[in-house]
Design a protein around this ligand. Structure first.
Ligand SMILES: [Mn+2]
Length: 428
């Protein structure tokens, strides 16, 4: 078991301590002059945790090819080890989101114990009815929860119930359902019937949820089906969640939108209706690119956090009740380095949004002053908040510079030495 000792991290931090003190003091002077409460921002950053998906720890690839990087986790235990390594470095990825059946725990208690050794808990569990498994009776080629055949739908519902059972054993509190169901050609599917069948199937799954669980309904405009998807957008997810029950919510995967969609407005509407279940963070240039969060549109990410903070001022349980998860794929980067970058980008967006002068923004809006409103947002967004993030990490015994530490400790080299160069992780 590879672990990064906290004394090693402390030693590493000492090398950069002076430089950090200098930049942190400089930023504090500036923020204090703006009347910003630095301690409250640090408290938010210290407690904020994002879940890492069990499928994002190996190299992803596309349907054209896949290029393994070596040392990929060979089983669930090694995936937990990987998340544990990142968490030791940044102390902000303290949860794992499991995918079933790629990562079925053979001994749930042992898996739970192993996760606890790395200070990890289990966030939402994910079902999979978008591909056929070797031992299954019916095919999902033409859909699962929406399928025209009752037997296929029952099989897909039963799978989701199994996933809930695994999740219960591990302490999860939510089930994420992403449906690949849809059609490739006009005329292939009756839109309304497929939707109604999906609603009935989801209702059956919802009825079997433990009382403290939530059902998160993900949406996607296209792919793998290219003509229509049964749950193509947030409106359809929202409608289903509204009909199904209070604990059914919409899950926003940033990559699951057509180009230029105003995602922050979708987030605001869902928050307003108490229907935002959680996020799958990633970034994209074209569609579901699964790129590193914040690598393409960091301003969008900031604007999303702006809406979340706005809502949290009225309902402070928003941050606790939202599922924060990454959903990305890694084609050319070391997946662990990519995840470290994603977590940094998410925390930066959060920290910057916390800097917004909300009173002044309200006044600018009330006065119909778009210039002032833009200036206020840009002032927060342009602030280099990295010293704040470093200070938060320092206070929670994490690395000042997680990526630097990852390379300094030669983590990938250690993983390759232990697991070999030609291992392939299950999943994407
Ligand atoms: Mn997703």
């Amino acid at each position: 078991m590879i672990k990064i000792d906290s004394s090693k991290i402390e030693e590493f931090n000492q090398q950069n301590q002076n430089q950090h003190n200098h930049s942190f003091e400089f930023l504090c002077t500036e923020l204090i002059s703006q009347g910003i409460d630095i301690e409250s921002i640090l408290t938010n950053l210290i407690t904020f945790q994002v879940a890492v998906p069990s499928w994002a720890l190996g190299s992803g690839g596309t349907r054209f090819g896949r290029f393994p990087i070596g040392g990929e986790p060979r089983n669930l235990e090694e995936k937990i080890e990987d998340v544990g390594l990142i968490h030791a470095l940044n102390n902000s990825s303290g949860a794992v989101s499991l995918h079933i059946p790629w990562d079925i725990p053979k001994d749930s208690q042992a898996i739970k114990d192993l996760a606890a050794e790395y200070n990890l808990v289990f966030d939402a569990v994910n079902s999979n009815t978008f591909q056929d498994q070797v031992d299954q009776e019916y095919s999902y080629k033409y859909g699962s929860l929406s399928h025209t055949s009752k037997q296929v739908r029952e099989q897909a519902v039963a799978h989701n119930k199994d996933v809930i059972k695994f999740g219960e054993e591990l302490g999860s509190k939510a089930l994420t359902v992403w449906l690949a169901d849809g059609s490739n050609f006009p005329g292939q599917q009756n839109f309304r019937e497929a939707l109604n069948r999906t609603k009935d199937s989801l209702t059956e799954i919802y009825d079997s949820l433990p009382s403290d669980w939530r059902l998160l309904i993900e949406y996607k405009p296209f792919e793998p089906n290219f003509y229509s998807m049964v749950i193509p957008d947030w409106g359809t997810s929202f409608m289903l969640a509204s009909k199904i029950g209070d604990r059914a919510k919409t899950l926003v995967d940033l990559g699951h939108h057509l180009p230029n969609t105003n995602i922050e407005q979708i987030v605001a509407i869902l928050l307003n209706e108490n229907k935002l279940g959680g996020f799958h963070f990633n970034d994209s240039k074209y569609a579901d690119d699964d790129l590193t969060t914040g690598s393409i549109k960091p301003y969008q990410l900031f604007l999303i956090f702006n809406e979340l903070i706005d809502e949290s001022l009225n309902h402070n349980e928003v941050f606790e009740s939202t599922a924060w998860m990454i959903d990305a794929s890694h084609n050319v980067k070391d997946p662990l380095e990519d995840l470290i970058q994603s977590l940094e980008a998410i925390n930066q967006a959060y920290a910057k949004a916390l800097l917004i002068n909300r009173l002044a923004l309200k006044q600018a809006r009330d006065n119909n002053d778009p210039v002032k409103a833009q200036e206020l947002l840009q002032t927060a967004f342009q602030t280099d908040v990295r010293p704040l993030l470093r200070e938060a990490r320092l206070r929670k015994q994490a690395a000042l510079d997680p990526l630097g530490a990852y390379r300094y400790f030669e983590v990938r080299k250690q993983l390759i030495a232990k697991r070999g160069t030609d291992t392939v992780a299950t999943g994407l």
